[in-house]
Write a protein that binds this ligand. Structure first.
Ligand code: ADP
Length: 316
């Protein structure tokens, strides 16, 4: 810790690809924030450059203000731990845990309550809808990037892979999205992809919240595709004509018929199953949009969609 810094380190929250995140408290105001530390190499410093992921994250968080998206308090360039090198520090609103840690801590047989799953789904889709309205793709939806508190609030975080999607869609790099949440258009290396990519990721997170385990736990790209095909049937050119343009598409792809038996075995209500199916439509053009799911889907139209508790024990 730099002697002049007013921020006292409370705990280490997590480490990511590009640095780590800690919980810090201001010694004067007692305000608590999360500090995401990104190492800047001496070459980058000499050339007055910043890591691309940090630039993306700052640009998105400065332009988007939404109830269910993490807030950026300020950015600083600080020498930390007497290391002599400067680090880029993003000071973010602090939340006590994330969806992955919360699910990992559940006891055997314990599930997230259906009304909390619905509330989280609503909050997460609202955040995604806001991003998509501003033509921003998150591109890395997964439980560790979904922060939660003990009262039922959710905030989407980690915009290191986020980027603007210009219309018409341009070809974007395919090295995006953690494997288990990666949509078929990215796995098959389609020439373009757009906002539907985040809806697939959302669907996988929704299933995981309901089932308490990842829906498609692939070990490599091919394995991931096969797991998807086994559950949803191998996609056909008639339902998704553009699949023929996918670089990795071969007419020889193993053929699995749509297996309604497997789908119906997923332990969830038929309404949840239909909601899941609508997020996992192969053809990205036909996959429901975040707005359609929010405004038109009966799963979100029925019952309380937002549950917050101020009671001492909270919801978790
Ligand atoms: P990276 O981009 O390096 O993967 P993330 O932004 O995903 O970093 O953060 C890594 C982990 O740190 C998250 O999974 C979460 O557990 C924790 N974390 C990140 N931001 C916050 C925050 N604002 N409040 C609390 N914990 C956070």
């Amino acid at each position: 810790q730099s002697p002049s810094s007013p921020w006292f380190i409370e705990s280490i929250l997590g480490s990511g690809t590009y640095g780590f995140v800690e919980c810090v408290r201001n010694i004067n105001t007692h305000q608590m924030l999360a500090r995401k530390i990104i190492k800047v190499t001496s070459k980058q410093e000499d050339e007055n450059e910043l890591p691309a992921t940090a630039v993306r994250e700052i640009a998105v968080l400065k332009s988007i203000h939404h109830e269910f998206i993490i807030k950026l308090s300020h950015v600083a360039f600080e020498p930390l731990y007497n290391s002599g090198t400067n680090h880029l520090c993003l000071y973010l609103e602090f939340l006590p845990t994330d969806l992955k840690r919360y699910m990992d801590a559940l006891g055997p047989g314990e599930r997230i309550s259906p009304r909390l799953v619905k509330s989280y789904s609503y909050q997460l889709l609202s955040a995604i809808e806001c991003l998509h309205r501003h033509r921003i793709l998150h591109r890395d939806l997964k439980p560790p990037n979904i922060l939660i508190d003990y009262e039922g609030r959710l905030k989407l975080a980690d915009f290191g892979l986020a980027r603007q999607c210009h219309m018409p869609e341009r070809t974007l790099t395919h090295e995006v999205v953690t494997l288990w949440y990666r949509p078929p258009e990215v796995l098959l290396n389609a020439p373009t992809y757009g906002t539907a990519l985040d809806v697939w990721g959302f669907g996988c997170v929704f299933a995981e919240m309901t089932l308490r385990e990842p829906l498609f736990r692939g070990e490599c790209e091919i394995d991931q595709l096969l797991l998807i095909f086994r559950l949803l049937g191998t996609p056909t050119v008639s339902e998704w004509p553009e699949i023929a343009q996918c670089l990795y598409y071969q007419t020889g792809l193993p053929r699995f018929p749509l297996d309604d038996v497997q789908l119906s075995r997923l332990p969830m209500s038929s309404q949840c199953r239909q909601f899941l199916k609508d997020t996992l439509i192969y053809n990205p053009k036909h996959r429901r949009t975040a707005r359609q799911l929010l405004e038109e889907h009966e799963y979100l139209a029925e019952g309380a969609v937002l549950v917050h508790s101020s009671s001492k024990n909270g919801l978790l």
